[in-house]
Design a protein around this ligand. Sequence first.
Ligand code: FAS
Ligand code: PHB
Length: 390
Amino acid sequence: MRVQVVIIGSGPSGLLLGQLLGKAGIDTVILDRSSRAHILSRVRAGVLEEGTVHLADAAGVGARLKAEGLPHDGFSLAFDGRDHRIDLLDLTQGKRVMVYGQTELTRDLIEAREAESRLMIYEATNVMPQGFDSGTPHVTYEKDGVTHRIDCDFIAGCDGFHGASRKAVPDDAIRTFEKVYPFGWLGILAEVPPVDHELIYANHPRGFALCSMRSLTRSRYYIQCALDEQIEAWSDDRFWDELRRRLPAHHAEAMVTGPSFEKSIAPLRSFVAEPMRFGRLFLVGDAAHIVPPTGAKGLNLAASDVHYLASGLIEHYEDRSNAGIDGYSHKALARVWKAVRFSWWMTSMLHRFPGTGAFDQKIQEAELDYLTHSRAAETVLAENYVGLPY
Ligand code: FAS
Ligand code: PHB
């Protein structure tokens, strides 16, 4: 088989890229090691930047997002028993974010690809990008006991942090930067109305908490937890009690609790691989970078990577110009590092770090105090949260 672009990974990166290239008449195949059902069972991000919404529109999946997504004009910081609202709309002269689950966006993208009869190969094992630094880029994989080969012009490694694409790059050709945080997030989903109409990011001596949502009847909550926490040790009652202890009293009293139907622990890390291009192989999204979810940037960075790469590949085929693909890594990394900084800053400001000394704790409190008394400080937070320009 031969296609113009092989996409490894059927998460938001791979699916968005596949749609944008397909709309431009570029033929692709998407390979994923997981099943369709498993991909659609994953619960991850919840906040989309306007750029991501525009990209979803261009990919032909904007309708349900706009009908069911929740536009949010602001969010609150909660600490010292009180709230402080960050008015995104005012501080950014009209920008906002859209609350819409990554699971739903993934479903919309898969269904759009299927409706356009574009090739998807699930449960492909031992997927290997090859020949990307020579003249014969191709991908091999196994399915039903048979080894297959797909020849192509380009390979998009959209296979996430644990994927095969980044690992296929020779060690001397890639440089990585990493920071692992000494805590994780324990998250639940429950069919209960959210505690507030906007998100609440809480800094509390017992640890960070986040009140988010998927709809007006489905809530998404997180609490900071130790890295060695076991899900089995967290009953719903224990979770709800801990979450309420970390929120100001008026939120704790108003909270509607109920049975969770999803409960998971995610570790937090910052990670960047440079460069993001190796000959005919491009790394996209989590395959190239990871951010702690505090700044709601992971999925949105995947979207801007896709925007840069899709534009470059379309320019290659339509205008016979390689300027876009040659500039992909530099352009993507410039935006990635600013989002990595913001996500690190939000995480540092809102979490309680084990072993933090009295001085560092006072610095964190001063950071929050400065934010609540300076429009300039709020504006910096707001413009990063809604997403820096592409
Ligand atoms: P993904 O990891 O989503 O997709 C990669 C795909 O590649 C998967 O379908 C996988 O099955 C496939 N794959 C992997 N290895 C393969 C191989 N060897 N061969 C073939 N296929 C392979 N971001 C936020 O903004 N907010 C959040 O709250 C948030 N929470 C998260 C929680 C968790 C547990 C995780 C892991 C991430 C979270 N993220 C969050 C980040 C997340 O949303 C990512 O940024 C987003 O999924 C990135 O999309 P992709 O780059 O497509 O990678
Ligand atoms: C979510 O709803 O899952 C979510 C929202 C905002 C974040 C992280 C996660 O910063």
